[in-house]
Design a protein around this ligand. Structure first.
Ligand SMILES: Cc1cc2nc3c(=O)[nH]c(=O)nc-3n(C[C@H](O)[C@H](O)[C@H](O)COP(=O)(O)O)c2cc1C
Length: 197
Protein backbone atom coordinates (compact mmCIF):
# COMPACT_ATOMS: atom_id res chain seq x y z
CA UNK A 1 0.00 0.00 0.00
CA UNK A 2 1.40 3.41 -0.95
CA UNK A 3 2.03 5.91 1.84
CA UNK A 4 -1.13 8.13 2.06
CA UNK A 5 0.94 11.18 3.00
CA UNK A 6 2.57 11.17 -0.45
CA UNK A 7 -0.76 10.98 -2.37
CA UNK A 8 -1.05 14.75 -3.08
CA UNK A 9 2.62 15.18 -4.02
CA UNK A 10 2.43 12.24 -6.43
CA UNK A 11 -0.77 13.63 -7.95
CA UNK A 12 0.84 17.06 -8.43
CA UNK A 13 3.90 15.40 -9.95
CA UNK A 14 1.69 13.56 -12.47
CA UNK A 15 0.36 16.95 -13.64
CA UNK A 16 3.87 18.40 -13.94
CA UNK A 17 5.03 15.32 -15.88
CA UNK A 18 2.05 15.48 -18.23
CA UNK A 19 2.69 19.18 -19.04
CA UNK A 20 6.34 18.36 -19.71
CA UNK A 21 5.64 15.32 -21.91
CA UNK A 22 2.88 17.11 -23.84
CA UNK A 23 5.14 20.15 -24.37
CA UNK A 24 7.96 17.94 -25.64
CA UNK A 25 5.74 17.01 -28.60
CA UNK A 26 6.12 20.61 -29.77
CA UNK A 27 2.56 21.72 -28.91
CA UNK A 28 2.19 25.18 -27.37
CA UNK A 29 0.31 26.17 -24.22
CA UNK A 30 0.23 22.72 -22.68
CA UNK A 31 -0.05 24.59 -19.36
CA UNK A 32 -3.44 26.01 -20.43
CA UNK A 33 -6.32 24.90 -18.22
CA UNK A 34 -10.03 25.49 -18.48
CA UNK A 35 -11.09 27.35 -15.33
CA UNK A 36 -14.67 27.04 -14.12
CA UNK A 37 -16.07 29.57 -11.68
CA UNK A 38 -19.56 30.17 -10.36
CA UNK A 39 -21.32 33.35 -11.45
CA UNK A 40 -23.51 35.29 -8.99
CA UNK A 41 -26.59 33.76 -10.68
CA UNK A 42 -25.28 30.31 -9.73
CA UNK A 43 -24.48 29.48 -13.37
CA UNK A 44 -21.10 27.98 -14.27
CA UNK A 45 -18.67 30.10 -16.28
CA UNK A 46 -15.56 28.74 -18.03
CA UNK A 47 -12.51 30.03 -19.90
CA UNK A 48 -8.85 29.06 -20.29
CA UNK A 49 -6.01 30.50 -18.24
CA UNK A 50 -2.35 29.58 -18.07
CA UNK A 51 -1.02 27.65 -15.12
CA UNK A 52 2.06 29.64 -14.10
CA UNK A 53 3.27 27.44 -11.23
CA UNK A 54 2.22 24.37 -9.31
CA UNK A 55 3.35 22.75 -6.08
CA UNK A 56 1.73 21.11 -3.07
CA UNK A 57 0.30 24.47 -1.98
CA UNK A 58 -1.64 24.70 -5.20
CA UNK A 59 -1.97 25.93 -8.77
CA UNK A 60 -1.25 29.61 -9.46
CA UNK A 61 -2.78 31.67 -12.23
CA UNK A 62 -3.04 35.37 -12.96
CA UNK A 63 -5.65 37.71 -14.32
CA UNK A 64 -7.24 41.15 -14.28
CA UNK A 65 -9.31 42.19 -11.29
CA UNK A 66 -11.95 43.56 -13.72
CA UNK A 67 -12.57 40.16 -15.33
CA UNK A 68 -15.61 38.00 -14.77
CA UNK A 69 -13.52 35.22 -13.23
CA UNK A 70 -11.97 37.60 -10.69
CA UNK A 71 -15.39 38.88 -9.66
CA UNK A 72 -16.76 35.32 -9.45
CA UNK A 73 -13.83 34.10 -7.36
CA UNK A 74 -13.89 37.03 -4.96
CA UNK A 75 -17.57 36.34 -4.33
CA UNK A 76 -17.38 32.53 -4.30
CA UNK A 77 -13.79 31.31 -3.86
CA UNK A 78 -14.34 27.83 -5.34
CA UNK A 79 -13.03 26.69 -8.69
CA UNK A 80 -12.54 23.68 -10.87
CA UNK A 81 -9.88 23.41 -13.57
CA UNK A 82 -9.42 20.90 -16.36
CA UNK A 83 -6.43 20.21 -18.61
CA UNK A 84 -6.60 18.12 -21.76
CA UNK A 85 -3.28 17.08 -23.23
CA UNK A 86 -4.36 15.79 -26.62
CA UNK A 87 -0.89 14.69 -27.84
CA UNK A 88 -0.52 12.26 -24.92
CA UNK A 89 -4.24 11.52 -24.36
CA UNK A 90 -4.33 12.59 -20.76
CA UNK A 91 -6.67 14.80 -18.74
CA UNK A 92 -6.51 16.23 -15.23
CA UNK A 93 -9.27 17.82 -13.16
CA UNK A 94 -8.60 19.70 -9.97
CA UNK A 95 -11.25 21.12 -7.63
CA UNK A 96 -10.74 23.25 -4.58
CA UNK A 97 -10.87 26.57 -2.83
CA UNK A 98 -8.99 29.57 -4.20
CA UNK A 99 -7.17 32.33 -2.37
CA UNK A 100 -5.77 35.60 -3.70
CA UNK A 101 -1.97 35.74 -3.98
CA UNK A 102 -0.04 38.49 -2.24
CA UNK A 103 0.98 41.59 -4.22
CA UNK A 104 4.62 40.44 -3.94
CA UNK A 105 3.82 37.03 -5.50
CA UNK A 106 1.92 38.73 -8.33
CA UNK A 107 4.76 41.19 -8.95
CA UNK A 108 7.34 38.37 -8.98
CA UNK A 109 5.42 36.50 -11.68
CA UNK A 110 4.74 39.68 -13.66
CA UNK A 111 8.48 40.43 -13.72
CA UNK A 112 9.16 37.15 -15.58
CA UNK A 113 6.87 38.07 -18.52
CA UNK A 114 8.11 39.53 -21.81
CA UNK A 115 7.78 43.34 -22.02
CA UNK A 116 5.18 43.14 -24.82
CA UNK A 117 2.93 41.04 -22.59
CA UNK A 118 3.42 43.35 -19.64
CA UNK A 119 2.57 46.37 -21.81
CA UNK A 120 -0.63 44.73 -23.06
CA UNK A 121 -1.66 43.89 -19.50
CA UNK A 122 -1.33 47.61 -18.72
CA UNK A 123 -3.18 48.71 -21.84
CA UNK A 124 -6.05 46.21 -21.90
CA UNK A 125 -9.02 46.76 -19.53
CA UNK A 126 -9.80 43.03 -19.56
CA UNK A 127 -13.42 42.04 -20.11
CA UNK A 128 -14.55 45.69 -20.51
CA UNK A 129 -16.10 46.82 -23.82
CA UNK A 130 -13.60 48.53 -26.16
CA UNK A 131 -14.19 50.80 -29.14
CA UNK A 132 -12.06 48.80 -31.57
CA UNK A 133 -8.93 46.66 -31.86
CA UNK A 134 -7.15 49.68 -33.34
CA UNK A 135 -7.97 51.71 -30.24
CA UNK A 136 -6.44 48.93 -28.11
CA UNK A 137 -3.31 48.82 -30.33
CA UNK A 138 -2.94 52.59 -29.92
CA UNK A 139 -3.36 52.31 -26.14
CA UNK A 140 -0.63 49.63 -26.12
CA UNK A 141 1.74 51.83 -28.19
CA UNK A 142 1.15 54.76 -25.83
CA UNK A 143 1.78 52.51 -22.82
CA UNK A 144 4.96 51.14 -24.43
CA UNK A 145 6.24 54.68 -25.03
CA UNK A 146 5.62 55.81 -21.46
CA UNK A 147 6.25 52.74 -19.27
CA UNK A 148 9.71 52.44 -17.73
CA UNK A 149 11.98 49.42 -17.82
CA UNK A 150 11.34 47.22 -15.86
CA UNK A 151 7.60 47.61 -16.30
CA UNK A 152 5.85 47.94 -12.91
CA UNK A 153 3.04 45.49 -12.16
CA UNK A 154 -0.33 47.26 -12.55
CA UNK A 155 -2.67 47.29 -9.54
CA UNK A 156 -5.35 45.60 -11.65
CA UNK A 157 -3.20 42.49 -12.19
CA UNK A 158 -3.92 39.86 -9.55
CA UNK A 159 -3.27 36.18 -8.93
CA UNK A 160 -5.02 33.23 -7.37
CA UNK A 161 -3.91 29.92 -5.89
CA UNK A 162 -6.22 26.93 -6.24
CA UNK A 163 -5.66 24.61 -3.30
CA UNK A 164 -6.58 21.08 -4.44
CA UNK A 165 -9.32 19.25 -2.59
CA UNK A 166 -9.73 16.61 -5.32
CA UNK A 167 -7.38 15.67 -8.16
CA UNK A 168 -8.29 13.30 -10.94
CA UNK A 169 -5.91 12.09 -13.62
CA UNK A 170 -7.24 10.35 -16.73
CA UNK A 171 -5.00 8.38 -19.04
CA UNK A 172 -6.50 7.19 -22.29
CA UNK A 173 -5.88 3.67 -23.51
CA UNK A 174 -6.31 2.16 -26.98
CA UNK A 175 -8.36 -0.72 -25.55
CA UNK A 176 -10.77 1.80 -23.90
CA UNK A 177 -9.73 0.67 -20.44
CA UNK A 178 -8.81 4.23 -19.54
CA UNK A 179 -7.18 4.85 -16.16
CA UNK A 180 -8.99 7.30 -13.87
CA UNK A 181 -7.01 7.81 -10.70
CA UNK A 182 -8.70 10.12 -8.23
CA UNK A 183 -7.47 11.40 -4.90
CA UNK A 184 -9.26 13.63 -2.42
CA UNK A 185 -8.73 15.27 0.93
CA UNK A 186 -10.96 14.22 3.79
CA UNK A 187 -10.21 16.20 6.94
CA UNK A 188 -6.42 16.12 7.23
CA UNK A 189 -5.95 12.88 5.29
CA UNK A 190 -5.78 11.99 1.61
CA UNK A 191 -7.36 8.98 -0.07
CA UNK A 192 -6.89 7.52 -3.54
CA UNK A 193 -8.83 5.13 -5.72
CA UNK A 194 -9.44 4.14 -9.33
CA UNK A 195 -12.80 4.98 -10.93
CA UNK A 196 -14.45 3.23 -13.83
CA UNK A 197 -13.88 5.21 -17.02
C1 LIG B 1 -4.70 29.42 -24.10
C2 LIG B 1 -5.25 30.62 -23.38
C3 LIG B 1 -4.63 31.07 -22.24
C4 LIG B 1 -5.12 32.18 -21.53
N1 LIG B 1 -4.50 32.57 -20.39
C5 LIG B 1 -5.04 33.58 -19.66
C6 LIG B 1 -4.48 33.91 -18.38
O1 LIG B 1 -3.50 33.30 -17.91
N2 LIG B 1 -5.05 34.93 -17.70
C7 LIG B 1 -6.12 35.63 -18.17
O2 LIG B 1 -6.59 36.55 -17.50
N3 LIG B 1 -6.69 35.32 -19.37
C8 LIG B 1 -6.18 34.31 -20.11
N4 LIG B 1 -6.75 33.97 -21.32
C9 LIG B 1 -7.99 34.70 -21.74
C10 LIG B 1 -9.22 34.11 -21.00
O3 LIG B 1 -9.57 32.86 -21.56
C11 LIG B 1 -10.43 35.06 -21.00
O4 LIG B 1 -10.80 35.40 -22.31
C12 LIG B 1 -10.18 36.36 -20.23
O5 LIG B 1 -9.35 36.12 -19.09
C13 LIG B 1 -11.48 37.00 -19.74
O6 LIG B 1 -12.24 36.06 -19.03
P1 LIG B 1 -13.40 36.37 -17.98
O7 LIG B 1 -13.93 37.75 -18.24
O8 LIG B 1 -14.37 35.27 -18.19
O9 LIG B 1 -12.81 36.31 -16.63
C14 LIG B 1 -6.27 32.87 -22.02
C15 LIG B 1 -6.90 32.40 -23.19
C16 LIG B 1 -6.40 31.30 -23.85
C17 LIG B 1 -7.11 30.80 -25.09
Amino acid sequence: MADASTIPSRAIQRIRDAIERASETGRRNMNAMCLATVAPSGAPSVRHVLLRSIDEQGLRFFTDVRSEKARDLDRNPQASVCFYWEPIEEQARIDGAVARLSEAEVADDFATRPRAGQVMIHASPQSQPIESLDALRQAASRADATLPDPVPCPREWIGFRLEPRRIEHWQGSRDRVHTRRVCWRDGDGWHETLLAP
